[in-house]
Write a new protein. Structure first.
Length: 289
């Protein structure tokens, strides 16, 4: 029995799962301050005889073992969570191994282990919602590097005539600044869910997402790209994105996966449980399983 925590900026999903990814218990706790949020999560996991805990966490986070701030949430825009030692809090309270990675790497790990990317070694998962994040698996290993990939903050070319400044507090018109849920709301004055019948909204959104995916295809050469998050609930985006990606690649990459875009750029396949299932996998890996 494993503990799993999908730590998000608005809610914390605590769950109990097994080695097959089956989720047997679940509790959702609002993300308030660390002092208000961490103790009830600890109480939840103490109620079960878990062998290890996996945490898939919003970031940026420090993933470098041996670093003085390993296991900390670092320069997050969610100011009250900056410099929070989330791994240390659970390790001290529970006394069990802790697996730790980004929330989007958790979703990627869930899909690679039990979902649509099973059997693949080179996969990219992008989540587009309140923010934009990206997880990368290369050669069967999650990519971390000096920190972890921040694909949501790549700089992409502006479409001719678009003068919207973007909403990213760091970069303005990076990918997140142009396509996140808050960006759509700021640009049009209403939430994305209220714009479903405005095709021009989703055509522009798809154009910018496609630019980012083309950069990813050309640099990381993934075997599949998975697009999740609240914005991607606008299912009309998938066809538009695939079309733009094909046009932008202009036939330069001749590879079998690109001949079937419907299977190359895909939605998540685990009924929005990919993140929590990935956290179960992190717990298993913390035990060397």
């Amino acid at each position: 029995m494993y503990g799993a925590l999908e730590a998000g900026g608005t809610k914390m999903v605590c769950a109990i799962g097994d080695e097959k990814g089956h989720i047997t218990e679940r509790k959702v706790i609002p993300t308030l301050t660390p002092a208000e949020t961490i103790p009830p999560m600890i109480d939840f996991f103490r109620s079960y005889d878990i062998e290890a805990l996996g945490i898939a966490c919003f970031g940026p986070i420090d993933l470098i073992p041996g670093s003085p701030t390993y296991g900390h949430i670092t320069s997050t825009p969610k100011l009250e969570w900056r410099d929070t030692d989330i791994v240390g809090s659970f390790a001290e309270a529970l006394g069990i191994p802790i697996g730790f990675d980004t929330d989007v790497n958790g979703s990627l790990l869930g899909e690679v282990t039990w979902g649509s990317a099973r059997g693949l070694d080179d996969v990219v998962y992008i989540t587009i919602g309140t923010g934009v994040g990206g997880g990368v698996m290369s050669g069967g290993r999650l990519v971390h590097g000096m920190l972890h990939p921040e694909l949501g903050h790549m700089i992409i070319p502006r479409r001719d005539g678009d003068i919207y400044p973007g909403v990213c507090p760091y970069h303005g018109d990076c990918l997140e600044g142009l396509v996140s849920g808050p960006s759509i709301e700021r640009r049009y004055g209403v939430k994305a869910a209220e714009l479903a019948d405005r095709p021009e909204v989703w055509e522009l959104e798809a154009y910018y997402i496609a630019e980012a995916l083309v950069n990813i295809i050309l640099t990381l050469s993934p075997q599949r790209i998975i697009l999740g998050g609240g914005v991607m609930h606008q299912e009309q985006l998938y066809a538009l994105i695939r079309s733009h990606v094909s046009d932008m690649l202009a036939g330069y990459i001749q590879a079998a996966p690109l001949s079937d875009m419907d299977r190359y750029i895909v939605p998540p396949s685990l009924n929005d449980d990919q993140g929590i299932m990935g956290a179960v996998r992190l717990a298993m890996e913390a035990l060397g399983q």
